[in-house]
Design a protein around this ligand. Structure first.
Ligand code: CMC
Length: 430
């Protein structure tokens, strides 16, 4: 809190009302005007889409959208992507500090200990149609975890919260791989606790019970980097959804299921799937101009998927790491992907086009992630599920931060523009 205040003048019947609003200063980033006391003066703020609203105080992740900076607990994402791994980054997000060797081992052991799911959950999958979208399955199955793990749903108990967090981080890859195996009619694979987090995920995705899984360390490392790059992104739509659901004191499994639902849409996590579909539709470098023209046409709803971001008005730093990773993975696997060529050319053209320059539309994290996932053999319908697996720790870290601060229930107000009071009309007179 600073001593600075902002003055708001609201016109009223007895002249203007001058209201002093406190200004909060963060460690980094713009000052925040506290409008919490406005309601006592008979007014609300109006900010659809929350473009100018900080919904909470947080110490987890910082983004400077103008400069293209992303920090987790102060550490730049580029450094974490190069020197850390997904589970270490999970520890960092949840605990605020990087673990020492002993802390890291204990954390990894605990996650590894929770990789299996209740055997009855296998039966639960059979209720879905084979052609169900894996995100539809994930919304249902993750929400249903609270029906299986009653012993970790008392959110007032820190031990319950911790166990629920470990369960979610550990079981998400298992549930995700099961949703894929179910869709292709293959048996579910039990987790292998001798493998690391990402290698085990690839084993559960691509292994079969008839022969031992052989997991390439290159692919496992690439998978791990994708999880890490998606681990958190401050108050995005799905994280805000988790916080809002959690503010009603709902159990963590239900809250994370709400986050998965919010992530699914193509404006958010669903964009990685949409990018690959778009690149397939473009099909050839010669058709890029046609698609760029469509994206710029006000009368055409088409948008370049993987471009633009609510906060970044510069390069999304995760996209830079992804682009480099895509090059490395494709080179190591000896894959020539036409889509990568189209993507690079599309990026060049869009970045030199006045429409994209003026609107500050740069490639975001989803632009290149799909190409890597495709190279790893992940089917398109699983892309957003992979995003959900990686983001689970971010959702949990924010949920925990919110519960620890015992915040009040989230309850926005509205600008009502419907009818004013009117009398009921009996059906015969309408
Ligand atoms: N292609 C063409 N025009 C665009 C695009 C795009 N991808 N994105 C925004 N614009 C235009 C938009 O038409 C609008 O123009 P005007 O001012 O003339 O009406 C202007 O840029 C501002 O757009 P907006 O929709 O008001 O911006 P927003 O901050 O509400 O939306 C966004 C951000 C990410 C939803 C949007 O840029 C978009 O739809 N991008 C494509 C989908 C995508 O890649 N989503 C992944 C986001 S990053 C990962 C994640 O969050 O999950």
């Amino acid at each position: 809190m600073t001593n600075k205040t902002a003055t708001l003048s609201i016109p009223g019947s007895e002249g203007n009302q001058e209201i002093q609003l406190p200004i909060h200063e963060g460690t980094m980033g713009p000052d925040v005007v506290d409008v919490g006391k406005l309601t006592g003066h008979g007014a609300f703020t109006f900010d659809p889409g929350f473009t100018s609203t900080a919904s909470c105080e947080s110490k987890i992740t910082f983004i400077d959208g103008e400069k293209g900076v992303l920090l987790h607990r102060g550490y730049p994402i580029e450094q974490l992507a190069e020197h850390s791994d997904y589970l270490e980054t999970c520890y960092l997000l949840m605990h605020g500090e990087l673990p020492n060797a002993g802390q890291k081992k204990a954390f990894v052991d605990m996650v590894t200990n929770h990789t299996m799911v209740h055997e009855q959950i296998r039966t639960f999958y059979n209720g879905f149609r084979r052609d169900a979208h894996p995100m539809a399955i994930m919304c249902g199955v993750v929400g249903a975890l609270s029906a299986f793990y009653h012993d970790s749903t008392d959110i007032s108990d820190p031990y319950h919260r911790e166990v629920a967090a470990f369960r979610l981080i550990a079981k998400m890859p298992t549930l995700a791989a099961m949703s894929y195996k179910f869709s292709i009619g293959q048996p579910f694979m039990y987790p292998r606790n001798d493998l690391d987090y990402s290698a085990n995920f690839l084993h559960m995705m691509f292994g079969n019970p008839c022969e031992p899984s052989v997991i390439s360390p290159t692919l496992a490392r690439a998978m791990d980097r994708i999880f890490l790059l998606h681990a958190d992104h401050e108050q995005n739509a799905s994280t805000s959804t988790v916080r809002l659901a959690g503010s009603s004191l709902a159990n963590p499994f239900a809250c994370i299921a709400a986050g998965i639902a919010a992530l699914w849409g193509p404006s958010h996590g669903g964009a990685n799937e949409a990018v690959v579909k778009m690149l397939d539709d473009i099909g050839d470098v010669s058709r890029i101009d046609e698609f760029v023209a469509k994206a710029k046409d006000k009368n055409d709803p088409f948008r370049l998927m993987g471009f633009g971001h609510r906060v970044y008005k510069n390069f999304d730093p995760r996209a830079n790491v992804m682009k480099q990773a895509a090059d490395e993975v494709l080179a190591e696997l000896g894959i020539q992907d036409e889509n990568l060529e189209i993507a690079k050319r599309l990026e060049e053209i869009a970045l030199s086009d006045p429409y994209f320059i003026e609107k500050k539309l740069y490639p975001n994290v989803d632009f290149y992630s799909g190409i890597i996932l495709k190279a790893l053999g992940i089917p398109t319908s699983m892309f957003t599920v992979i995003f959900a697996v990686g983001r689970t720790v971010g959702w949990i870290a924010h949920w925990n931060e919110m519960i620890a601060e015992s915040s009040r229930i989230g309850r926005p107000r509205q600008l009502y523009t419907g009818y004013s009071t009117r009398d009921f009309v009996p059906v015969g007179k309408r």
